[in-house]
Write a protein of this length. Structure first.
Length: 247
């Protein structure tokens, strides 16, 4: 496995990828959502995934995170073949190493902000008092001091997204997967959420894979890839040539 991985490293980086995939194919019935995708994601980078609606971006994210069944292909995390793990092992990997933020609706509506954020810590077996303390300090870092007792429905969209980011970061994931995390926000709130997210990711060394339609959001990333019709075009040259990326 490691031989195979060494031979397939990206040619324009000397680092070793934290997460990579080779020849990913995923279909839903007759729809081929991914048609042979290779991606390398390097430790600490913020990678934007762009491309038209229906092109396979979310499917790629789910495949990389190990939550969708592959037709063929391999996903390698930290040198290990994730596709060879059992479902229970993959789920343990997700809990310990991956964080997720989605477009909306991911907060539990009946739990306060601080309870939402402390949930992953409680699931990981951290005692309640310590979990609540850590959750509070993440809310403070995200500019939400004083919002701990609010329910998601009592906050603005941008505030709720920052709670979701706090919840995704609270147990120090190695990789944060974000699927259009600012897609439901106005441009100012989106800008704030992106600045917060990228600042925190860079301060903590967290790798971020973020799907976005918004070039201003992508501008916060270190690198963009484009997914089109189930295939990936990598790199800034391909990006500048892509004339039909949604604005
Ligand atoms: N659960 C599913 N069942 C059937 N088809 C699906 C399913 N999920 C995705 N697809 C199909 O796979 C293709 C890729 O979908 P995907 O959600 O990955 O696109 P996307 O790039 O994330 O689009 P968007 O920007 O609209 O979110 C689409 O043709 C979609 O209809
Ligand atoms: Mg999508």
């Amino acid at each position: 496995m490691s031989m195979e991985m060494d031979m397939s490293l990206g040619c324009n980086s000397s680092g070793v990828p934290l997460l990579s995939c080779r020849n990913l194919r995923v279909s839903f019935g007759v729809t081929e959502a991914l048609r042979g995708v290779d991606v390398d994601i390097y430790p600490g980078e913020v990678l934007a995934v762009m491309g038209p609606s229906g092109s396979g971006k979310s499917t790629l994210l789910h495949a990389l995170a190990g939550v969708v069944k592959l037709d063929t292909g391999t996903v390698t995390y930290n040198g290990s073949d994730v596709t060879a793990l059992s479902e229970a092992e993959r789920s343990a990997l997700r809990l310990s190493a991956f964080g997720f933020v989605f477009q909306f609706g991911q907060l539990l509506p009946d739990l306060s902000a601080v309870d939402n954020v402390s949930l992953p810590l409680l699931l990981a077996g951290i005692p309640r008092r310590r979990a609540l303390q850590q959750a509070k300090s993440w809310l403070d870092r995200l500019g939400l001091a004083g919002f701990g007792d609010k329910l998601p429905g009592e906050m603005s969209g941008g505030q709720a997204q920052r709670v979701a980011i706090a919840r995704a970061l609270v147990n120090a994931p190695k990789i944060l997967f974000a699927d259009e995390p600012t897609g439901s926000l106005d441009s100012l709130a989106a800008e704030n959420v992106m600045l917060t997210l990228t600042d925190l990711a860079r301060a903590t060394g967290t790798t971020v894979v973020i799907i976005t339609h918004d070039p201003r959001t992508a501008a916060h990333a270190d690198r963009e890839i484009i997914v089109r019709d189930g295939l990936v075009t990598s790199g800034s040259v391909a990006f500048s040539q892509a004339s039909d990326v949604p604005q």
